[in-house]
Ligand binder design. Sequence first.
Ligand code: APR
Ligand code: PHB
Length: 388
Amino acid sequence: MKTQVAIIGSGPAGLLLGQLLSKAGIDNIIIEAQDKEYILGRIRAGVLEHVTTDLLRQAGAGERMDKEGLVHQGFNLYFNNRCERIDFCKLTGGKTVTVYGQTELTKDLMDVREAGTYQTIYHAKNVELHDVTTNTPFVTYQKNGEQHRVDCDFIAGCDGFHGVSRPTIPPEIRNEYEYAYPFGWLGILADVPPVDEEVVYGHHEDGFVLCSMRSKTRSRYYVQVPIDEKVEDWSEERFWNELKHRLPDELAEKVVTGPALEMSIAPLRSFVCEPMQHGSLFLAGDSAHIVPPTGAKGLNLAAGDAKRLFEGFEQFYLHNSRASLNNYSPECLDRVWKAERFSWWMTSLFHKLDDNPFSRKIQQAELEYLTGSEAGKTTIAENFVGLD
Ligand code: APR
Ligand code: PHB
């Protein structure tokens, strides 16, 4: 097989890039290790910045999001037994975010791809990247016991944190920066109305708490747990009790409980790989960087990479210039590190970091300072809606 861009991975990064290329008439194939059901079974964050909503529309997959997505203008911070609203719309001159689950966004992108001409190969096993430092790279994989080869001009490594693309960059030129947090998030998804119309981030002496939603009838809640905690040790009743315990009374009494559609623990990690390109290989999304979910930047970073990489390919194929592709890594990393900083900072501000009461006092003082100052609130707001 032959194509212009071989995309490894059919998550949001690979699908967005694939649709943008397809719309521009640039030939592409997506090679994915899993099947559709597996990909759509993963529950992830669902707060979309403008970069992501605009891109989804540009990819021709924004119709359902525009109908069903919830547009938010603010969120609430809960600490020291009180709530403070951050009106990020007002503080940023009119910017909003859209609450729409990553699962739905992925499904919409898969649907438009299936209606188009370019193919996705699911269940590709033993995917390998070859000759990535030449202008004639190729990808091999096995399917149904047969070996296949895809020749291409470029490879987009959109295969997530555990994929094969990043390790293809030789260790001597690959720098990896990582921080693993000593806690995780225990999350529940349930068909119950959300406790608040807006997202609530809470700082409690027993740990972080987050109230989010997928729709007006589906809620997503999280509580911070130690990293070695087992989900089997958490009954649904125990979860709901812990959630209410960490919320202020006026919110706790409004929590509607119901059977869990999903309950799982996610570890928190900060990670960046430099560079994000090597010869004809370009990394995008989780294959290049991970943020802890506090601030919901992961999907938006992946969308930003897909947009930037698409622009590079467009310049190459339509205007015969490699200049934009050559600048892909430094330009992405500038944006990525700013989001890494914000996600790390939000995480450090809201989570129980240790048993030392001094740490909590400092966090409380910082939250009081930030919310008491226009500049403080603006710094939270402009990072949350996404830096330009
Ligand atoms: N070969 C082919 N495909 C692979 C391989 C491989 N060796 N390894 C992984 N994949 C596939 C995975 O099965 C997955 O479908 O690559 C895809 C990567 O998708 P995601 O993990 O969703 O990563 P990405 O598209 O970058 O999306 C980033 O996901 O984790 C969240 O917070 C993150 O929301 C952000 C988004
Ligand atoms: C979610 O809805 O899953 C969510 C919302 C905000 C976050 C993280 C996750 O910061």
